[in-house]
Design a protein around this ligand. Structure first.
Ligand code: A2P
Length: 331
């Protein structure tokens, strides 16, 4: 198997550190390995596969050396500036920011859903939003069988999705300190506000779920709506998903379709208090589904609860899976 030179940009961040962990676990064939971040953390050290690597400052010259794949998680403005520079140097960027997700020339990929889209990349592949990834993994087998007509998302999102600063706001807020990242205390609170508000009254996070679901499922006109909420949970996003289909659904068949999907774990035994939980999803790569029941207010509707580790499957693991596809295609 061909070994690749791989860089992690934003390596000191919440997702960046998890990139290192997942790359190590999945044992990707890496030759030269580079960790990059801002000038703030340049010179600090990160351990990968038992070896220490010095964090380099990301500059316009970072990709002068041969790098095959770069995993970016350093915010939208960093990706806007540096992903094209990397791509120009024949490095394929897998970008975790929202910067490139809607660009028509950029594939937006969830390996369980649309792995074939990796092929038409022109140097940048976008990693979707965390709350979208887990939702589309669960929706794909149902869409294939029944054809989705409309989706209503309501999310309960962990603070780790807002990076180290979000995590600290909950940690310190529980000790009575004022928030620094969020506009209100997150401890003992729920904030119906993730990312910025847009002119249509939705938040950008909500619109990301709408736009990205359509692009990944190849349903450009799909009816989707969302309410995204930050909750005082450190890690793993939970979602209520209400979905209406074109074709008649059978609930037992829905459960079987989901449990037969390799990356989905069905946890659905309400009589024994069994349903997906954030604390159980944390540290794993699967998408958990449960509370599966008919939506009795429409003809072909289903409600379910969907949980996944937003930093792993919702970000780092998904990106590493894309890198794996790229490497397989190189061999
Ligand atoms: P740094 O540690 O030097 O600030 P999180 O969202 O979890 O806080 O992580 C953000 C990541 O993005 C960090 O690794 C951070 O590096 C990195 N980052 C932020 N701004 C830049 C930038 N201008 N150039 C390179 N990396 C950046």
């Amino acid at each position: 198997m061909k070994k690749v030179n791989l860089a992690v940009v934003g390596a000191t961040g919440m997702v960046g550190r998890t990139f290192l962990k997942v790359l190590e676990e999945k044992n990707l064939p890496i030759d030269n390995f580079y960790v990059m971040a801002s000038a703030r953390s340049a010179g600090s050290k990160l351990t990968f596969k038992g070896k220490e690597y010095v964090v380099e400052e990301l500059t316009e010259h970072s990709f002068d050396k041969p790098i095959d794949i770069a995993l970016f998680s350093a915010g939208g403005s960093t990706s806007a500036k540096f992903a094209p520079i990397a791509a120009k140097h024949n490095c394929i960027v897998i970008d975790n920011s929202a910067q490139w997700r809607q660009a028509p020339e950029v594939p937006l990929v969830v390996p369980e859903v649309n792995p074939e889209d990796v092929k038409w990349n022109k140097g940048i592949i976008a990693n979707p939003n965390c709350s979208t990834i887990q939702a589309v993994v669960a929706l794909k087998p149902l869409d294939d069988k029944y054809t989705i007509k409309r989706v209503v998302y309501s999310t309960y999102q962990a603070v780790s999705g807002a990076g180290v600063a979000g995590w600290k706001d909950l940690e310190n807020g529980l000790k009575g300190e004022e928030p620094k990242k969020f506009p209100h205390p997150i401890a003992n609170n729920c904030l119906p506000h993730i990312d910025v508000f847009l002119d249509n009254g939705y938040t950008k996070e909500e619109m990301k779920m709408i736009w990205e679901t359509r692009k990944i499922l190849h349903h450009p006109e799909l009816k989707v709506t969302a309410t995204t909420v930050r909750v005082p949970v450190f890690n793993s996003h939970s979602e209520s998903i209400n979905v209406e289909f074109e074709k008649p659904v059978d609930i037992n068949e829905v459960k079987k379709l989901l449990s037969d999907s390799p990356d989905i774990i069905l946890k659905d035994d309400p009589a024994n208090d069994v349903y997906p939980l954030a604390i159980e999803a944390t540290g794993t790569d699967e998408v958990y589904v449960g509370r599966i029941r008919r939506d009795e207010s429409v003809e072909n509707g289903v409600n379910f609860w969907c949980v996944a580790d937003n930093i792993r499957k919702g970000a780092a693991t998904n990106a590493v899976q894309i890198a794996q596809i790229l490497i397989n295609n190189m061999n």
